[in-house]
Design a protein around this ligand. Structure first.
Ligand code: ARG
Length: 246
């Protein structure tokens, strides 16, 4: 009996030390995103950030034995946040580009994005060739904005904080079209009357996870987790939860 008490006391003491030392507490993987990009990331009715990217990040964090924390910010701030380590990873439907590769590293790609054109149903814009001289709405800091400025001139491109604002501008005739990624485009068109997506694909691109240049250890871990999640069907499962094949 006495011994049992001693053992219990010892176990309790060890448990307390562990608690204070923080063992048992998981490390946190911090993800930066811009949550106005459904179905990749958006805020649900309960105020939670959900979507394909949020779930992929959660699955990766689980594999690494870490907790996941999501920080929502302007799309334009994500690369800097990653460089300054205020976030560990960026999952934001972010396109791999040579320009961004100068600032951050990218994981293997986990999805494809296509820049498409949203117009009003009665628009005279029918193909990419009709964009010349038109006012084009985009989200600032995105590849769509960059391509449009390069192809049609800065003066013709209006940049909004997020896709919903660009689409609202189209509804109010402040722009003639919106250039944005295909899956969010489908969501916006569904949520707004009188809009359509043109059949033409403007640019096809790869989405990947951005990680600070000097954090190669995390990059390796993320790529390993990603490849396992691709192989065991987790990624496909997450994607088909949010994107239904036509
Ligand atoms: N794919 C585009 C890019 O990388 C747009 C991404 C916008 N993402 C977002 N979460 N708002 O520039």
């Amino acid at each position: 009996m006495k011994n049992l008490k001693k053992i219990l006391a010892a176990v309790l003491a060890i448990a307390m030390i562990c608690c204070f030392a923080g063992c048992g507490k998981k490390d946190t993987l911090t993800m930066g995103t811009n949550a106005s990009f459904p179905p990749y990331e958006y805020v649900d009715d309960e105020g939670n950030i959900v979507g394909i990217d949020a779930e992929i990040a959660k699955a990766i964090a689980d594999k690494l034995g870490m907790d996941l924390e999501i920080k929502d910010m302007a799309f334009e701030s994500l690369i800097t946040a990653c460089q300054s380590k205020s976030v560990d990873v960026v999952l934001a439907g972010m396109t791999v580009s040579d320009e961004r590769k100068e600032s951050v590293n990218f994981s293997d790609s986990y999805a494809t994005g296509v820049q498409v054109i949203i117009v009003k149903e009665d628009s005279d814009i029918a193909t990419v060739d009709d964009l010349e001289g038109k006012k084009i709405g985009t989200q600032s800091g995105t590849t769509g904005a960059t391509y449009c400025k390069d192809d049609y001139g800065d003066d013709n491109v209006k940049e909004y904080d997020n896709g919903s604002l660009a689409v609202a501008a189209l509804q109010n005739d402040q722009v003639d079209c919106v250039v944005i990624d295909n899956e969010p485009a489908k969501n916006y068109v569904k949520a707004n009357k009188g809009l359509k997506i043109l059949e033409t694909e403007y640019v096809v691109e790869d989405y990947a996870i951005a990680i600070a240049k000097d954090n190669t250890e995390l990059l390796e871990k993320v790529n390993k987790a990603l490849s396992e999640l691709k192989k065991d069907g987790t990624i496909d499962k997450i994607v088909s939860k949010y994107i239904t094949a036509e």
